[in-house]
Design a protein around this ligand. Structure first.
Ligand code: ADP
Length: 162
């Protein structure tokens, strides 16, 4: 009997914060893979608005009932993190042509570094296209109501900046 290897994908990002746009991509990816590791890229040189602990906490809460999803953080190269976790796929979301150009360069460089890893792009919906972490971060930072842009499992209090 041939036992096939589980299809593991990583979904890397900053998730500062995690938005409904990210949630959509993960949910669309679920039927394609046996396991998705949401991988929070943690750059010690780059200041994020939300702590790593908080970002992990939200993602765990959003996908609490989904056994196919786990959350990790990493500081090394994305392809190396994929390799360490036996992930053959890198899942990314596309909103616009600008996203495509940016993602194309990263995916082709990743392929040059580690040919066994395939990047998989999923297209977002028209309603989710304008949602970026940068804008949601600004709304939260300036006390606006960001509930429409954050996953339903979370509340605005989860995003309080302390
Ligand atoms: P990074 O800093 O690596 O770009 P992000 O957290 O901004 O990390 O995004 C992670 C992934 O989620 C990227 O592939 C990005 O294109 C995708 N993404 C972000 N927002 C949306 C959205 N509204 N719809 C679909 N994909 C999205």
């Amino acid at each position: 009997m041939l036992i096939s290897e589980p299809k593991i994908a990583i979904f890397p990002g900053s998730f500062d914060p995690f938005t409904v746009g990210h949630e959509f991509i993960v949910n669309q990816g679920l039927p394609l893979f046996d396991h998705i590791i949401i991988a929070i890229g943690h750059n010690t040189q780059k200041k994020s608005l939300f702590s790593l602990e908080k970002r992990k906490y939200w993602i765990k809460k959003i996908f609490a009932t989904e056994p196919k999803i786990s959350v990790e953080s990493y500081t090394n190269l994305t392809v190396n993190f994929a390799k360490e976790n036996k992930a053959k796929y890198i899942l990314r979301g596309l909103r616009t042509a600008a996203d495509f150009e940016y993602e194309r360069a990263i995916a082709q460089m990743n392929k040059a570094l580690f040919p066994d890893v395939e990047s998989v792009f999923l297209l977002t919906t028209p309603e989710l296209t304008p949602i970026t972490s940068t804008i949601v971060r600004d709304i939260i930072r300036h006390g606006g109501d960001a509930t429409k842009f954050i996953p339903q499992a979370l509340s605005q209090e989860d995003f309080e900046i302390k």
